[in-house]
Ligand binder design. Sequence first.
Ligand code: 5GP
Ligand code: ZN
Length: 111
Amino acid sequence: MPDDCLFCKIANREIPSEFLYEDDNYVVFRDINPAAPVHLLLVPKTHIRSINDLEPVHESIVGGLFPIAAKMAKQEGVNESGYKLLFNVEKGGGQEIFHLHLHLLGGWQKK
Ligand code: 5GP
Ligand code: ZN
């Protein structure tokens, strides 16, 4: 894990944050600069730079993000109205934090 990785620091509680969900492998928290009424970041505790850096051993970690996304969407009340799931990959894809994370964006419409 790089010493200066913000999401490693958040995930291991070096930087205090409010988690909406946590288990042994993941944390979920709100984006500090939301691009939607509901904007969550789903973050594996394992440091992986981006989708480009996936090794076979990471596949279950990435796959595990999706059921958590569905659970969080329901918890946030956007499962029926709908939402987007997004990975930004490297600078040209809009990635700013180089620790893999899944954006969950929704809440634009109520139903
Ligand atoms: P990326 O552009 O790397 O896909 O997404 C990084 C996201 O992290 C951005 O949407 C940005 O607003 C969010 N972010 C950056 N720093 C912090 C922080 O310290 N706390 C939280 N909660 N979100 C952050
Ligand atoms: Zn990291």
